[in-house]
Ligand binder design. Structure first.
Ligand code: GDP
Ligand code: IMO
Ligand code: MG
Length: 428
């Protein structure tokens, strides 16, 4: 039995979808533990590219059951749309294969309208949210006035919750009425009913039966509402600790915590990013890495790998190992920079992530310059075949991070993967 948590080590889009898909090959259950359809995970299988938002990346294996845990926020319209579009791609989603927690909170159209209204009121201080209603839905959850999936199945209680909701500001302009939302979402609840169950019970029973389970995070460590670059974060807990509350399992059941990190860094939306390269280096990373958001089509901001951040991610998540993705994107660079510390304007130097975002916004990165390899790594599957400079880069990152790199990804396809730990010993 292994229980593995997969966590983004940066600001999201690290390639968690590809890594979950790779590690899910021999797994019985893949469970998403937080976030909603703000996520966008691209998984490439053969010639097909699947864009997943809410449905866990394990769905592409017939043998795997995919689960949305209680920590996820569910947009029923978005989810049913995703189920339909996967069906068109030949991926059937039956209630045997897909389960949703009855106590996951529901994103209503009013939450989307509130998200967009709150962003416009922020003026020049926008967070750059995905506009999917994530923040307002989690706000209602924490304020104890949220609507859960089990409420959609109880029409009179759902009506009362809608009437007590905190959306008088947006009801007129959204063009919706409480009554129309009640009717429509009661109907959507009925369509989702076959999938809705007690997923904590299901996952714990699976673990008890010796099954292999992956707990899949969305977003990334620096978007975590507690440990990220607050307030430029999402409204949930992508870090490993969030997996236990978001699924309903005890921490003693987890064997492995995998951090997924790009060989460089990207960020979508606003907020400080010390190693960002607003120059031809950033453009080359953006173009070679095809760094365009899966959910909002926004161009991702790009910069060099930041070891101060990665070491912090190792610390707050307790990574047992790291999967390093998109190494191939660095193939053309003559020199590769890695940030090892920060300097404040007054000359002070630090090597730990500063918690005050004003500090983080003013630091200048200190770099180690490593030689590039300037050759194509995208066809390699064996560490021994990597150019010496690429091996040196990987070993340098591994040594600085203080945990082993277990897998290197050199392309979006399943076979563009270099495994450093044999699959049969994973999680042992
Ligand atoms: P996620 O949100 O963490 O799952 O990441 P996304 O799917 O949003 O973004 C990662 C993108 O990089 C996707 O388009 C993947 O197909 C692609 N990708 C994943 N691994 C690699 C890799 O090693 N090399 C390259 N070039 N692309 C990759
Ligand atoms: P995946 O799972 C990258 C960012 C948004 C914004 C902030 C808050 O694909 O890695 P929200 O809509 O969540 O309230 O927006 O978080 N963000 C992501 N950035 N990848 C994601 O997901 C993201 N999900 C949210 O851009 O800055
Ligand atoms: Mg993504």
């Amino acid at each position: 039995m292994t229980v593995t948590i997969i966590v983004g080590a940066q600001w999201g889009d690290e390639g968690k979808g590809k890594i979950t898909d790779i590690l899910a090959e021999k797994v019985n259950l893949v469970v998403r533990y937080q976030g909603g359809n703000n996520a966008g995970h691209t998984v490439v299988v053969g010639d097909k590219k699947f864009k997943l938002h809410l449905i866990p990346s394990g769905i592409l294996y017939d043998s795997c059951v995919s689960v949305l845990g209680n920590g996820v926020v569910v947009d029923p319209e978005g989810l049913l749309g995703e189920i339909d579009s996967l069906a068109k791609e030949g991926v059937s989603i039956s209630p045997h294969k897909f389960k949703i927690s009855s106590i996951a909170h529901v994103i209503l159209p009013f939450h989307r309208a509130l998200d967009q209204q709150q962003e416009s009121l922020r003026g020049g201080n926008k967070i750059g949210t995905t506009g999917r209603g994530i923040g307002p839905t989690y706000t209602d959850k924490i304020s104890r006035r949220g609507v859960r999936l089990l409420d959609l199945l109880n029409p009179s209680r759902f009506k009362t919750l809608l009437e007590q909701g905190n959306w008088s500001d947006v009801v007129p302009q959204s063009g919706l009425t409480i009554d129309s939302v009640w009717r429509h979402y009661t109907e959507l609840g009925q369509r989702l009913a076959p999938y809705i169950t007690d997923t904590s019970l299901l996952v714990n029973q699976a673990i008890d039966a010796g099954q292999h389970v992956i707990l899949e995070g969305a977003q990334g460590t620096f978007l975590d509402v507690d440990h990220g670059t607050y307030p430029f974060v999402t409204s949930s807990s992508p870090i490993a600790g969030g997996a236990c509350t978001g699924v309903g399992i005890g921490p003693n059941r987890v064997n492995r915590v995998v951090g997924v990190a790009k060989a460089y860094v990207t960020r979508v939306g606003a907020g400080p990013f010390p190693t960002e390269q607003c120059n031809e280096i950033g453009t080359l990373l953006q173009v070679r890495g095809a760094e365009v958001g899966t959910t909002t089509n926004r161009t991702r901001r790009c910069g060099w790998l930041d070891m101060v951040c990665l070491k912090y991610a190792v610390r707050v998540n307790g990574f047992t190992d790291i999967c390093l993705t998109k190494l191939d994107v660095l193939d053309e660079f003559k020199e590769i920079l890695v940030c090892t510390g920060y300097r404040f304007p007054d000359g002070r130097i630090i090597h730990e992530f500063p918690l005050d975002y004003d500090d983080f916004a003013q630091v200048e990165p200190l770099y180690e310059v490593l030689p590039g390899w300037q050759s194509d790594t995208s066809g390699l599957t064996d560490f021994a075949d990597l150019p010496p400079q690429a091996k040196h880069y990987i070993q340098y990152v591994e040594q600085m991070a203080g945990v082993p790199i277990s897998l290197i990804s050199v392309g979006s396809r399943r076979n563009q993967t270099i495994r450093l730990i044999p699959i049969e010993t994973e999680g042992k």
